[in-house]
Design a protein around this ligand. Structure first.
Ligand code: HEC
Ligand code: HEC
Ligand code: HEC
Ligand code: HEC
Ligand code: HEC
Ligand code: HEC
Length: 495
C-alpha cells in the first residue's frame, strides 16, 4: 500500500515536471538541467564545482565566484562563446569547446576590460520633436579600454561601489554593496532573460519596492502618488491604509499610478498606507537554440528570414552567420531594430518580444529591464510624479513634477515604456565612451564625488546620448533621410 502511494506521488510529480516549459537559459545554466527535471546525469555541475579540490566556499572551482565565471566567459578561454572582458561574442565551435576562433559581434552589455563604442550616427526624419530622429551607435573597428564599469575593480577602475538611488525616498545617495557576477546573474539558471536574478540581493541593499497610496475606492481601485511600476501578477502587500490592507496579487493596472488586487477585500473607500512589491522582477526570455548553436548576444539585431515567430529579430548566432554580417556591424543604441530610419522601427527585442507593447497583458522588454535595474537603483525609475502636495492622485511627467520626499533624485528623465529604457542609454557591464568635455568629464556622482572622465555606462561620448533623440535648437530641419555626420556612414537599411 505504502509503495503504491510513493509510486503514485512519483507519477504525479513526473506529470508536473513534464508540463514545465523548457527553461531557456544558456550553456551550463539551464535550470531544468540543474534541477534534475530534464535528466539525472547533469554535466553542468562539473563546470563550476569540485567535490574534494574546491578552491572557494560553496565548493567552487576558482578562488572566488567572479573568477569562476571568467574561467568560461573570460578573454583567454574556450568555455563559452561570450567573452565579457573584451566585450565580444565568438562563433560557435563545438559543444565540448564552445568558443570558435572567429568573432561574431560586439556584446550588448559592452565589456569589463574593453568595449567598442563607435561614432554615433544620426539620420533626420521629418521636423522636430523628441521621437523623430533615429540614431545608432556603431561598433568601432578597434576596442578601447572601458571608462566606466559595473564592477570597477575588474576593470582596473576605482569607484565608490554605491548602488546609486537604492532605498526609500529621502534616504540619500545609496548604500555601498559588493557586486559579483552572481549578484545580477543566477548561476544555476532560472528561465529569466540573461539568467538575471529576479530579486538581486546583497548585504546593505534594500529590496523593498514601496510606494505611497493616496486612496482606495470602494470598487478596489488603489491610487498611488507616483507611477508604481507594478504589473499584473506582481505579489504585493498593502499596509497602513484605512481600508484594503493585506497581501494580494496585482490584477489590473488601468493607469501607471492605479491598480486593483485579487486576494484582498476592500470593504469601503479608504486613504493612506503603502504598497510594497514582494516578488521579484520578471524579464521574459526566448527559447533556447539547438545545442549546435548559441544565442545571439551581440548588438547585431536585424530582420531574419525565419518563418517561425519572432520573425523580426535574430535570436540565434547562426542567423547572424548565415546572413553574412561581419563582427563590426550592429548598433549599441538599438533603439530601432532593424536599424532603418527610413522605414520606421521594430523596437529592440533581444528576448524576442517587442520593446514597447501596448496593453497590460504583455509588459515590454524595456519596461521589464527598467524595473530590473531599478530593483537596485530604486529611485531611478521615473515616469509620472504628483502635481499636488499633498498628493491627490493627479500626476504629470517626472521632468516637470518632483519625486515627493526626496531632495536629491527630484526631477528625472522618464524611463518607462515608450520613453527610453535604462538600456537604451546605458550598457550593463562596461562602456568605452569618451567623456573628455569640461561638463561631461566632471559630472559628480549623487554623493558629490567625482571620477574625472567616468562614462556612466553610457553608449555615446560626452552627452551625445541626448542628441541621439533631441534637437533642442529646432534647427536640424534637413529633409527626411539626411544623414549626419557625413560619409562614411552605414547604409540605412543595414543592421
Ligand atoms: C555556472 C556555474 C555553476 C553551475 C553550472 C552549478 N553551480 Fe552550484 N553554485 C554555483 C555558485 C556560484 C554557487 C554559490 C552560491 C550562489 O551564488 O548561488 C553555487 C552553489 C551551489 C549550492 C549551494 C547553494 C544552493 O543554492 O543550494 C549547491 C547545493 C549547488 N551549487 C549545487 C549544484 C549542482 C548539483 C549543480 C549541477 C546540477 C550545480 N550546482 C551547477 C555555481 C554553479
Ligand atoms: C563551464 C563554463 C561556464 C561557466 C563556469 C560559466 N558559464 Fe555562463 N555560459 C556558458 C555557456 C557555454 C553559455 C551559453 C552562451 C555562450 O556560449 O556564451 C553561458 C551563458 C551565460 C549567460 C547567458 C544566459 C542566457 O540566458 O542566455 C550568462 C548571463 C552567463 N552565462 C553568466 C555566467 C555567470 C554569472 C557565471 C559564474 C557564476 C558563469 N556564467 C559561469 C558557460 C559557462
Ligand atoms: C545588484 C544591484 C544592481 C543592479 C541590478 C544594477 N546596478 Fe547599477 N550599480 C550598482 C552598484 C553597486 C554600482 C556602483 C559600482 C561601483 O561604483 O563600482 C552601480 C553603478 C551603476 C552606474 C554608474 C557606473 C559608473 O561608475 O559610472 C550606472 C550608470 C548603473 N549602475 C546603471 C545600471 C543599469 C542601467 C542597470 C540595469 C541594466 C543596473 N545599473 C543594475 C548596483 C546595481
Ligand atoms: C549589475 C548587474 C550585472 C553584473 C554585476 C554582471 N552582469 Fe552580466 N549582464 C547583466 C545584464 C543586465 C545583461 C543583459 C544585457 C543586455 O541585454 O543589454 C548581462 C548580460 C550578460 C551576458 C550575455 C552577453 C551580453 O553582453 O549580453 C553574459 C555572458 C554575462 N552577462 C556574464 C556576466 C559575468 C561573467 C559577470 C561577472 C564578471 C557579469 N555578467 C556581471 C547584468 C550584470
Ligand atoms: C535618456 C538617457 C538615460 C536613461 C533612459 C537612463 N539614464 Fe541613467 N544616466 C544617464 C546620464 C546622462 C547619466 C550621467 C549623470 C547625469 O547626467 O545625470 C546617467 C547616470 C546614471 C547612474 C550613475 C549615477 C548618476 O546619477 O550619475 C545610474 C546609477 C543610472 N544612470 C541608472 C539608470 C537607471 C537604473 C535607468 C533606468 C531606470 C537609467 N539610468 C536610465 C542617462 C540615462
Ligand atoms: C532614446 C531617446 C531619448 C534620449 C536618448 C534622450 N531623450 Fe529626452 N526625451 C525622450 C522622450 C521620448 C521624452 C518624452 C518623455 C515623456 O513624455 O515623459 C523626452 C523628454 C525630455 C525632456 C522634457 C521636455 C521635452 O523635450 O519633451 C527633456 C528636457 C529631455 N528629454 C532631455 C534629455 C537629455 C538632457 C538627454 C540626455 C541625457 C535626453 N533627453 C536623452 C527621448 C530621449
Amino acid at each position: 500500500m505504502r509503495r503504491w502511494t510513493i509510486l503514485l506521488a512519483g507519477a504525479a510529480l513526473w506529470l508536473f515536471l513534464a508540463a514545465l516549459p523548457t527553461l531557456a537559459d544558456g550553456g551550463p545554466h539551464v535550470a531544468a538541467n540543474n534541477s534534475g527535471a530534464n535528466s539525472l546525469t547533469a554535466d553542468s555541475c562539473a563546470g563550476c564545482h569540485r567535490a574534494h579540490t574546491a578552491q572557494a566556499a560553496y565548493l567552487l572551482t576558482s578562488s572566488d565566484e567572479t573568477a569562476m565565471c571568467l574561467t568560461c566567459h573570460g578573454s583567454a578561454t574556450t568555455g563559452a562563446t561570450t567573452d565579457v572582458m573584451t566585450g565580444v561574442q565568438y562563433r560557435m565551435n563545438t559543444a565540448l569547446s564552445p568558443r570558435g576562433g572567429t568573432q561574431l559581434g560586439a556584446l550588448r552589455a559592452g565589456g569589463f576590460a574593453t568595449a567598442r563604442m563607435g561614432q554615433p550616427f544620426k539620420i533626420s526624419l521629418a521636423s522636430g520633436g523628441s521621437n523623430t530622429a533615429k540614431s545608432t551607435v556603431q561598433v568601432a573597428a578597434t576596442a578601447s579600454a572601458v571608462t566606466s564599469s559595473h564592477m570597477a575593480s575588474l576593470s582596473g577602475l576605482t569607484r565608490a561601489g554605491k548602488a546609486w538611488g537604492n532605498g526609500a525616498n529621502g534616504s540619500g545617495a545609496g548604500p555601498v554593496i559588493a557586486l559579483e557576477c552572481t549578484t545580477c546573474h543566477n548561476p544555476h539558471g532560472n528561465g529569466q532573460y540573461a539568467i538575471l536574478q529576479s530579486l538581486p540581493t546583497a548585504t546593505g541593499l534594500s529590496n523593498a519596492w514601496t510606494i505611497k497610496i493616496v486612496s482606495v475606492s470602494a470598487a478596489g481601485l488603489y491610487t498611488t502618488d507616483v507611477s508604481s511600476g507594478l504589473h499584473v501578477g506582481d505579489a504585493v502587500t498593502v499596509a497602513g491604509a484605512t481600508q484594503g490592507n493585506g497581501s494580494g496579487t496585482v490584477a489590473t493596472t488601468p493607469a501607471t499610478n492605479t491598480f486593483t488586487l485579487t486576494g484582498v477585500t476592500v470593504a469601503a473607500a479608504g486613504t493612506g498606507g503603502t504598497v510594497t512589491r514582494t516578488s521579484g522582477v520578471m524579464v521574459t526570455d526566448a527559447a533556447l537554440p539547438a545545442s549546435t548553436d548559441a544565442r545571439n548576444y551581440t548588438v547585431i539585431q536585424t530582420v531574419n528570414t525565419s518563418t517561425t515567430p519572432p520573425t523580426n529579430t535574430s535570436l540565434y548566432a547562426s542567423q547572424i552567420v548565415s546572413a553574412g554580417y561581419g563582427p563590426l556591424t550592429g548598433d549599441y543604441f538599438r533603439r530601432a531594430v532593424p536599424w532603418n530610419a527610413l522605414i520606421g522601427s521594430v523596437n529592440d527585442a533581444p528576448n524576442g518580444i517587442a520593446a514597447s507593447v501596448a496593453g497590460t497583458s504583455t509588459v515590454s522588454f524595456n519596461e521589464q529591464m527598467n524595473l530590473w535595474c531599478a530593483s537596485c537603483h530604486t529611485r531611478y525609475f521615473a515616469y509620472r510624479n504628483p502635481t499636488t502636495n499633498p498628493a491627490n492622485g493627479t500626476v504629470t511627467n517626472s521632468y516637470k513634477a518632483a519625486r515627493p520626499g526626496d531632495s536629491l533624485f527630484m526631477y528625472q528623465h522618464a524611463t518607462r515604456d515608450t520613453s527610453p529604457g535604462c538600456n537604451t542609454c546605458h550598457v550593463a557591464h562596461g562602456s568605452s565612451a569618451v567623456m573628455n568635455g569640461f561638463a561631461s568629464a566632471n559630472v559628480p556622482f549623487p554623493d558629490t564625488s567625482v571620477s574625472v572622465g567616468d562614462s556612466r555606462l553610457l553608449k555615446v561620448g560626452n552627452r551625445g546620448t541626448c542628441q541621439m533623440c533631441h534637437d533642442p535648437t529646432n534647427t536640424f530641419t534637413q529633409s527626411a533621410g539626411t544623414q549626419y555626420p557625413p560619409a562614411p556612414y552605414p547604409i540605412p537599411s543595414a543592421p
